[in-house]
Design a protein around this ligand. Structure first.
Ligand code: PNS
Length: 163
């Protein structure tokens, strides 16, 4: 039986921590769909198109990984594409409570979908998209935390926002 997994998120922007987790998932499952939420209740730095482009570039050498966008409930998307697993990363114990709540709620919404928690490499255990956005906005270096193309896009984005 082939197992298809979905790795969902807002990826604003994709970090090396996300990519580490995608690689680990791709080694475990037959196919991994990186699913980008379209209607997030946040004010994103990058548009959905920009985030999708960055993700596609980041996974282009991974044969069993694809990128998709979704709206609405995650479990509906997971079922629609015939996947049975949601992958979520847990960096520290502080992630656990929120992730557990989401996993149990998703299980209540669909008993066919299982959530699998995975840990990124230790080097990325303190990394988040929010910190990357903040550091780059304030002129700090995010080298080694995100792919080079994301680093360049962050520089361009902040340069174009300067008054
Ligand atoms: O990158 P994030 O912000 O941690 O990702 C959160 C995401 C996209 C996984 C979550 O917000 C989500 O699944 N949204 C879709 C709407 C949904 O299904 N809500 C119920 C979750 S229990």
């Amino acid at each position: 039986m082939k197992i298809r997994a979905v790795y969902p998120g807002t990826f604003d922007p994709v970090t090396n921590g996300h990519i580490d987790l995608i690689r680990r998932s791709a080694a475990l499952f037959d196919h991994v769909v990186v699913a980008l939420l379209r209607n997030a209740d946040k004010n994103p730095l990058f548009s959905i198109e920009e985030r999708c482009e960055m993700l596609e570039q980041a996974v282009r050498n991974m044969k069993n990984v694809s990128v998709a966008t979704f709206d609405g409930l995650l479990v509906d998307f997971v079922e629609q594409i015939g996947a049975g697993v949601i992958v979520r990363g847990i960096r520290a114990i502080s992630d656990y409570e929120y992730e557990l709540q989401m996993a149990l709620m998703n299980r209540r919404l669909s008993s066919k979908v299982e959530t699998v928690f995975m840990m990124p490499a230790e080097a990325y255990s303190y990394l988040s998209s929010r910190l990357v956005r903040e550091i780059s906005l304030l002129g700090g270096s995010v080298h080694g935390l995100v792919p080079r193309m994301v680093e360049s896009r962050l520089k361009r984005k902040h340069a174009s926002r300067a008054c």
